[in-house]
Ligand binder design. Structure first.
Ligand SMILES: Cc1cc2nc3c(=O)[nH]c(=O)nc-3n(C[C@H](O)[C@H](O)[C@H](O)COP(=O)(O)OP(=O)(O)OC[C@H]3O[C@@H](n4cnc5c(N)ncnc54)[C@H](O)[C@@H]3O)c2cc1C
Length: 299
């Protein structure tokens, strides 16, 4: 990391929010629903699918959890009205899992019912390992009545292959990602190579079971490996898509994937709680500091 990027990464979180906004901008599609939908519409015009996420997590008030639930339900209506190619992604602790399992289940069912009513899809994001079992339980319970719902699996967890063995059927739909939380070595791989290896194993296992997988990664090496396997084994295109986070620089990789006929979905976070999320992104990729400053200084 260059000294400049190091300094920016350390100081931006300490500065006032108005100053940090330019650093957040590449990763967050604004604070309002209108801004988010405009971003989705532009993404769709370029041939990408999208999924929207209202930023926030670890809600401890039932009123707020319900308010967020209602916002998600309203979003499905707006997506439908504007005929966007866009699903929704929800963090269980954003709609009550920190309060109780039943609070989160009740709210997730409301969102899943709306997804069904409007022929859309609901993705349940996976949070830290304290919530993994409960998240799968919520998924199973919702699936009894609502089919268009899926979950995320983390390749850094040793358990994930076993989870696929237990859950995957042609009716199962999961995003595979490396995992973003700090987990103990007793339950998670912590070196890049092991995580990549497990990611590929999981992708193969999902395909063998006829389950749909979203390959959520910006790791070019991993994408290359996935593409080699997809081509060699002739994996049916209905069984997978690539997924990326809005704003993470990928060169022309995504456009090339689209040109080659692959499906790519962009995960688009938005909402008033943009600050913490963006600071996390900046810390993960300090090069973004140079990139943002270059854009700011453009005439
Ligand atoms: C669509 C999508 C959904 C996700 N959902 C979840 C989830 O539900 N639960 C969960 O635990 N994790 C989730 N993640 C995060 C994921 O687990 C990884 O932590 C994250 O994607 C980084 O891993 P990577 O595979 O991109 O590889 P890395 O090797 O970490 O990254 C490859 C390169 O991409 C760049 N990069 C990667 N991520 C970022 C970033 N966030 N900001 C800026 N630059 C970046 C870096 O330059 C890095 O060198 C999701 C990721 C994506 C793309």
């Amino acid at each position: 990391m260059s000294l400049f990027n190091y300094i920016i990464t350390k100081t931006v979180p300490l500065l006032p929010k108005w100053f940090s906004k330019p650093f957040a901008k590449p990763y967050v599609a604004g604070e309002t629903v209108d801004e988010a939908l405009l971003t989705v519409s532009k993404i769709n015009q370029k041939g990408f699918r999208a999924t929207l996420d209202i930023l926030g997590e670890h809600v401890t008030s039932t009123d707020l959890a319900y308010k967020i639930t209602e916002q998600y339900c309203q979003l499905y209506h707006r997506i439908d009205d504007e005929q966007l190619n866009c699903t929704l992604s929800v963090k269980p602790t954003h709609i009550g899992l920190n309060i109780s399992y039943f609070e989160a289940l009740k709210n997730m069912k409301l969102i899943a019912r709306k997804a069904k009513e409007l022929h859309n899809f609901l993705r349940i994001d996976m949070e830290n390992s304290n919530f993994t079992d409960q998240t799968f339980e919520i998924l199973k319970d919702c699936k009894k009545n609502y089919n268009d719902i899926g979950v995320a699996l983390q390749a850094y967890l040793y358990r994930s292959i076993e989870d696929i063995n237990n859950l995957a059927t042609p009716n199962f739909n999961a995003r595979i990602c490396k995992g973003i939380y700090k987990e103990k070595p007793s339950i998670a791989y912590n070196n890049k190579h092991d995580i990549q290896k497990n990611f590929i194993l999981m992708a193969k296992s999902m395909a063998e079971k006829g389950a749909f997988a979203g390959y959520a990664t910006h790791d070019q090496e991993l994408i290359d490996e996935l593409l080699d396997w997809i081509k060699t084994e002739d994996i049916p295109s209905e069984l997978f898509e690539f997924q990326v986070l809005y704003g993470v620089p990928m060169g022309d990789r995504l456009e090339n994937l689209i040109k080659d006929g692959y499906k790519v979905r962009v995960y688009v976070p938005f909402g008033p709680d943009w600050f913490d999320y963006s600071i996390r992104r900046l810390k993960e990729n300090p090069n973004i500091a140079t990139y943002v400053l270059k854009n700011l200084l453009k005439p």
